[in-house]
Design a protein around this ligand. Structure first.
Ligand code: ADP
Length: 272
């Protein structure tokens, strides 16, 4: 399934004193099976963009096509889009509300007219994929660590078997261990299941490790696009957009791959 965004503009609170153009003529394509990183400074339009992709927000101008069909064609299409494109929000607290981990993950599939066996198998498979052990299934989601909560929230989306998984800042506010656990689970998901992943992050280091392609948002526009190496060559432009440069060795490797003469060896510790 491919997603095409054509000339998307979105304005919050139009024709009021609070009017804000959050997206400005954005055109992008996301292909089946891709792992895309969406990066950009706070307020650059990342959340607004992804909320358009499963139809939570309707464009002010432009359109979103799923396999060539406008997602706002009619109610049935929108329903289909919400099932096929899963969106895991930034704050799991908004998504976790059942008494147990198991029930929470089962919530989505329960509303999909599946048999009990299918629901059970979806729930267990989703929890396994994100690395949540069976001992935790009957716990309250609120007894879990921050990283575990995020993983349960992601499992809740996965249990509906989406073809596209969109993750909004899944590692925000986590310690390095929680962060690694989430990133590993996402990587595993993409590799094992081949689903399309769109990872929103303000961390270039996170996306550098994982994605095939980066889209850089800046002031509501898709300002830059390419493989991590291509994007990281533009160190100065990225800094001008308020993005902290990724690990220095990564940038230097990227520059070297581009054919620049970089003394990469200065970063390697010589053995005595
Ligand atoms: P990001 O996810 O990159 O931080 P957002 O999409 O949240 O960016 O925000 C883009 C712009 O839209 C920002 O200027 C933000 O202040 C504004 N914005 C976001 N949500 C709302 C809202 N509900 N009402 C008004 N303005 C908003």
């Amino acid at each position: 399934m491919s997603i095409k965004i054509n000339h998307l503009t979105y304005i919050y609170n139009p024709e009021t004193a609070f009017e804000k153009k959050a997206l400005d003529n954005v055109s992008l394509e996301i292909k089946k099976g891709e792992f895309v990183g969406l990066i950009g400074h706070t307020g650059s339009g990342k959340s607004t963009l992804i909320q358009h992709l499963n139809g939570i927000i309707t464009p002010s101008k432009g359109e979103i096509l799923l396999d060539g069909e406008n997602i706002h064609r009619d109610k049935a299409k929108l329903k289909e889009v919400r099932r096929r494109i899963g969106l895991a929000f930034q704050y799991p607290e908004y998504q976790l509300f059942e008494m147990t981990v198991y029930k929470d993950v089962a919530f989505g599939p329960t509303n999909m007219q599946l048999s009990k066996e299918e629901i059970h198998s979806n729930v267990v498979s989703a929890l396994e994929t994100v690395g949540i052990a069976p001992e935790l299934y009957e716990k309250s989601p609120f007894e879990l660590s921050g990283g575990q909560k995020r993983r349960v929230a992601i499992a809740g989306v996965l249990a509906m078997n989406p073809e596209v998984l969109i993750l909004d800042e899944p590692t925000a506010g986590l310690d390095p261990k929680g962060r690694d656990e989430i990133l590993q689970a996402i990587k595993h998901l993409h590799e094992e299941r081949g689903i399309t992943v769109i990872l929103v992050s303000h961390s270039m280091e996170d996306v550098a490790k994982l994605v095939d392609r980066i889209i850089v948002m800046h002031e509501g526009k898709a300002a830059m696009e390419g493989t991590p190496k291509e994007v990281f060559c533009h160190v100065q432009e990225l800094e001008a957009m308020g993005l902290a440069a990724p690990q220095v060795s990564y940038v230097f490797q990227a520059l070297k791959d581009k054919g620049f003469d970089v003394p990469l060896d200065i970063f390697t510790v010589e053995e005595a």
